[in-house]
Design a protein around this ligand. Structure first.
Ligand code: B12
Ligand code: SF4
Length: 476
């Protein structure tokens, strides 16, 4: 018998551009193939929630639903629809949201799986398809959320150790034409108050340099036009020896310099030694969380690592002076942030961009994500609820509109208003004023970027004229 699995990724349509499909489906596909030793006869079709909801197909044996917090409304709706039209089919939900709030497993779902699921999902699938489900067997599956006599039970999560990490089946990743992304670590050693990553992963695990090189080779084999690979690791630079070893292997295999790389850094870890490793790795761009131009707000957001605005500026300077492009992220709308702190931050970043010290800056608005300190704060202050009745769409559209598919600030702001997106700092800066300020500085940033584009056009025209002249003179 050939089994049919549907993998449905719940996404907010405006948040994900083509080329950035979640890799979770690729990792899980590899886990299933490894467990069944490629002997399970199955099809796993990939859907995005919007397209499945528009055109549902209830003929699958098992529905695998993946959801972050901001798309939990869609996940709930999907589960209701599937349960109604395909009562005998199994529904398993996994991903960040159910891991952070497992008590929200709805009646319609058979199981929830918390944490990494490369090993636990195939074990569960095996029990389902061989019809061997029993409470004793379910109790053994790591991270499982299930019901025993109607009561929810939560099995302990177990992290996959380094030596058991497996590579994703890259045929399931889409990727834009020339750029691909990759993850070479899981977790982050820091614990910033707005980010849920460290709470989800608890500890950092690492793919080996050999495995990373293998994955990059596979990407190039599947997409030979690839020019650039972005490491989306929370903190790619956490282990310098691993980076050195990776640079050596990538050079030996002649992957670099043909391919350029980008990654994230943390200002307190940027020094000359790191720069030389980054150069060796052919890293052309780095991003990091600048967060705020106020030391007070920065400390609230990133209490660890002894960070300061000056350290952030020093990191930008050292990266740029070594020819590495720098893009930074900010978090605005933090409770207690004053109007002066906000405008100083945005002014500083625009000035850095204007002077060419900074390539881009994203102005994000603080959003309380489950598993973070600000989630607890928002619960206490009545902004959010741990409930399936809560409108989870309110967690949408906090990232800078330039990181979304929105083409203007106004379009993004309209979406925020339609979805009731949360804004936590109305006690200090009214919502109206806050977005007026954000819009003003987004426009300034746009102008700077446009003028840079114009400069680039002039530069390209000049270069082209020079090339034609040289050609006519028989230069080459
Ligand atoms: C790469 C990345 C992106 C990429 C790709 C999208 C994606 N979802 O992967 C891009 C840039 C597009 C992106 C966008 C956004 N992201 Co993002 N992103 C990440 C990042 C850095 C890595 C994700 C990843 O690939 N992890 C590796 C794999 C192995 O883990 P995984 O995806 O969780 O999958 C494993 C398990 O969760 C589980 N699993 C997952 N799904 C399922 C389903 C089933 C059925 C089962 C059984 C198991 C299972 O098994 C998988 C394999 O082990 C994480 C931070 C982090 N380090 O995790 C943030 C993170 C997931 N993103 C986050 C957010 C908020 C967003 C945005 C909303 C930001 C925005 N623009 O507004 C958007 C929303 C995108 C969307 N899906 O709608 C938050 C989510 C918090 C939350 N509680 O929901 C995170 C945790 C970062 C943070 N700030 O805390 N993101
Ligand atoms: S914001 Fe960055 S440094 Fe801070 S915990 Fe999240 S991933 Fe780590």
């Amino acid at each position: 018998m050939k089994y049919k699995f549907a993998y449905i990724n719940c996404i907010a349509d405006m948040d994900v551009s083509r080329g950035f499909r979640a890799l979770s489906v690729s990792y899980l596909k590899s886990g299933i193939d490894l467990y069944f030793n490629n002997r399970l006869s199955y099809n796993m079709d990939y859907y995005e929630s919007n397209s499945f909801l528009k055109n549902p197909d209830y003929s699958y044996d098992i529905y695998l639903i993946s959801s972050l917090s901001h798309s939990w409304n869609d996940a709930l709706l999907l589960m209701q629809k599937i349960r109604k039209s395909a009562a005998d089919k199994k529904i398993i939900v996994g991903g960040m949201h159910i891991t952070m709030l497992p008590e929200l497993l709805p009646e319609e779902a058979d199981f929830g799986l918390m944490g990494e699921a490369e090993y636990s999902l195939p074990e569960l699938l095996d029990l389902i398809i061989s019809d061997r489900i029993s409470i004793q067997k379910l109790e053994k599956i790591k991270g499982l959320v299930y019901r025993k006599e109607g009561v929810l039970k939560f099995n302990e999560i177990e992290r996959i150790p380094d030596e058991k990490l497996i590579l994703p089946d890259r045929r399931y990743a889409d990727g834009a034409q020339f750029n691909q992304y990759i993850l070479s670590t899981r977790g982050c050693p820091y614990c910033c108050t707005f980010c849920s990553s460290s709470n989800f992963w608890k500890k950092v695990t690492y793919y080996s340099p050999q495995q990373i090189a293998e994955e990059i080779e596979e990407i190039i084999r599947l997409k030979p036009e690839t020019k650039h690979i972005a490491f989306y690791d929370d903190l790619f630079i956490a282990d310098r020896n691993r980076m050195r070893e990776l640079a050596k292997i990538l050079r030996e295999r002649r992957i670099i310099p043909g391919i350029t790389l980008s990654c994230s850094v943390r200002a307190n870890l940027v020094d000359e030694e790191l720069i030389s490793i980054l150069k060796d790795l052919n890293v052309i761009e780095c991003g990091f969380g600048f967060e705020s131009g106020s030391d007070r707000i920065l400390k609230l957001l990133k209490p660890q690592g002894n960070l300061s605005v000056q350290k952030n500026l020093d990191a930008i300077k050292i990266l740029k002076s070594n020819g590495i492009r720098v893009s930074v992220q900010t978090v605005t709308g933090v409770p207690t942030e004053t109007e002066k702190e906000l405008t100083d931050t945005l002014e500083l970043l625009c000035n850095l961009m204007k002077s060419g010290m900074l390539d881009s800056a994203a102005f994000n608005v603080l959003m309380p994500l489950p598993g973070t300190k600000y989630w607890e704060w928002a619960l206490e202050h009545g902004f959010v609820q741990n409930s399936n009745e809560y409108d989870w769409n309110r967690l949408r559209y906090f990232a800078d509109y330039q990181s979304s598919k929105c083409t203007s600030f106004d379009e993004w702001y309209k979406l925020r208003r339609e979805n009731g997106s949360l804004y936590l700092n109305a006690d200090c800066i009214s919502e109206k004023k806050f977005f007026k300020i954000l819009k003003k500085y987004s426009a300034i940033r746009c102008k700077i970027l446009r003028s840079r584009g114009t400069k680039n056009i002039f530069f390209r025209i000049k270069r082209e004229i020079r090339r034609i002249k040289l050609q006519l003179l028989g230069g080459y």
